[in-house]
Design a protein around this ligand. Structure first.
Ligand code: AHR
Length: 499
């Protein structure tokens, strides 16, 4: 089949905020213990942080990491994780039915961030706790000194403030599973009051209010408008979360999942703009898509997991080639909405529904989804361009008019590149693709990278870590600013044009 893409340097959607390449580490399963931290591991540094994992993260260049949850944060006492380790309590952790040792807390996480070349996006507990504990945490983390909590931080050995700029006002507070879950009115009021105190302590911080934990929630839409109506003044971003899965094996439908993500983003943008209009507001509320991924492979195993273990192997999805394609289309969706999505976190980063897996005491390896994430982070910085795409389409039980070719494009003016990210959703047909780049003048194709495997269920494992990895693509011909080439069936493609 054939498709046509037109790009123009003047068709700018918006500047890509680097923070859309963020990720997430929760105190859940083996994300922290056995993931980023494993004293005694052959690659652990003097503090116990795994250097092999840090290297894989550094290769992606992850700008922010959300921490410490997730559902975990809604029952978390941040004070449990500071001060001498021998005094830290072991707690029954109710979000994931595990035992939390508190060996890692705020200060250790900030040390790890510096080593991993990233910064923290910190969440406060607005489930079982509230504005008071949230403001204390901001004071402990960000205040220079001369107050109780800032001096306590200094006494713990951290003279300099951590200066954390981005904060989440709780997590998924609409969810009935959430500890201390709330109605939209209860949450909107709490978010406003917590946010007010947090910004009084440090007026340089930005705040993310909880949107719905998914577009399928019965309160979706009403939740956002109520929360924003109440907490507009302190809110800079509203959160979105979504996970897709292929539980019934309908591959064509699964590969179209990001159609839902596009609709979700557009709906939340509309609600943000409605709120601004009725309030005669001066600021746009931006979007923080701070949990997104594929998540379903591990559901059955997790249901059988023995309770009250320390760092049990929870949510350890082994991602296959098909999942990498869906992740690629989700990245495309984030890029196509770069004018409003300013923060996004692939959930999560290590072991727990993650691009990076480890064995305790053993190797670390890249899952299939690592590759589109790394390539987008590496080549998808600059201006997101509105690609005009003519592609054959198909329908499934959940979606209509799904383009076989899913596309985003980024113009890096500084280094002189246009990059096209394209997923061919067809399971059996190559897409002969023409790209019109004439507005950029002379271009040459510097790289065509393809992620493709003959088996959509192929995975990377500790024994075979490179089963699914990018290869050189078939490339194509560029003449007079017009490219023609072939994108293999069921593939993720990165086409880098040098201007
Ligand atoms: O990322 C796993 C979990 O998914 C998070 O803890 C929660 O916020 C969401 O439901």
């Amino acid at each position: 089949m054939k498709a046509r893409i037109k790009l123009d340097q003047d068709y700018v959607i918006g500047q890509v905020d680097d923070r859309i390449y963020g990720s997430f580490i929760e105190h859940l399963g083996r994300a922290v213990y056995g993931g980023i931290y494993e004293p005694g591991h052959p690659t652990a540094d003097e503090k116990g942080y795994r250097q092999d994992v840090i290297q894989l993260i550094r290769d992606i260049n992850v700008p922010i990491v959300r921490y410490p949850g997730g559902n975990f944060v809604s029952g978390y006492r941040w004070e449990d994780g500071i001060g001498p380790r021998e005094n830290r309590p072991r707690r029954a952790e109710l979000a994931w039915n595990s035992v939390e040792t508190n060996e890692i807390g705020l200060n250790e996480f900030m040390e790890w961030c510096a080593k991993a070349g990233t910064s923290a996006m910190m969440a406060v507990n607005l489930g079982t706790r509230g504005p008071e504990e949230a403001r204390n945490l901001v004071e402990y983390a960000n205040f220079a000194g001369g107050t109780y909590y800032s001096d306590l931080r200094k006494a713990h050995g951290y003279a300099q403030p951590h200066d954390i700029k981005l904060w989440c006002l709780g997590n998924e507070m609409d969810g009935p599973w959430q500890m201390g879950g709330k109605t939209a009115v209860e949450y909107g009021r709490t978010a406003l009051e917590a946010g007010k105190l947090m910004k009084l302590v440090d007026d340089s911080i930005e705040l993310v209010a909880c949107g719905s934990s998914g577009m399928g929630m019965p309160t979706f839409g009403h939740w956002e408008s109520t929360v924003l109506d109440l907490a507009y003044d302190v809110t800079d971003y509203v959160s979105l979360h979504t996970y897709y899965g292929n539980r019934d094996g309908d591959m064509k439908n699964f590969l179209a999942s990001a159609m839902d993500m596009d609709a979700f983003i557009q709906s939340v943008v509309s609600i943000c703009d409605y709120t601004r209009a009725v309030k005669r507001g001066k600021k746009d509320i931006m979007l923080s898509f701070d949990e997104w991924n594929v998540w379903f492979h591990s559901n059955d195993a997790d249901a059988k997991m023995e309770k009250w273990q320390v760092a049990p192997p929870l949510l350890e999805d082994a991602y296959d080639m098909a999942d990498a394609l869906v992740v690629g289309t989700m990245i495309n969706s984030l890029l196509r909405n770069a004018d409003r999505v300013k923060v996004a976190c692939l959930a999560q980063l290590v072991n727990v529904i993650a691009p990076i897996m480890t064995k305790n005491g053993g190797d670390a390896w890249r899952q299939t989804i690592y590759w589109p994430y790394l390539q987008a982070s590496r080549y998808g910085r600059g201006k997101s361009l509105r690609a005009v795409v003519e592609s054959p389409k198909y329908d499934t039980k959940s979606f209509n008019d799904i383009p076989y070719l899913d596309v985003s494009s980024v113009y890096d003016e500084k280094d002189g590149y246009v990059t096209v990210f394209a997923v061919n959703r067809s399971l059996d047909e190559t897409v002969e693709t023409a790209i019109d780049l004439r507005s950029f003048g002379n271009v040459r194709l510097e790289q065509h990278s393809t992620l493709h495997h003959s088996a959509l269920n192929a995975v990377n494992t500790c024994q075979k870590p490179d089963e699914v990895q990018p290869q050189n693509g078939p490339g194509g011909v560029v003449s007079g600013g017009l490219f023609t080439g072939h994108l293999p069936p069921a593939s993720w493609n990165v086409l880098r044009f040098k201007i």
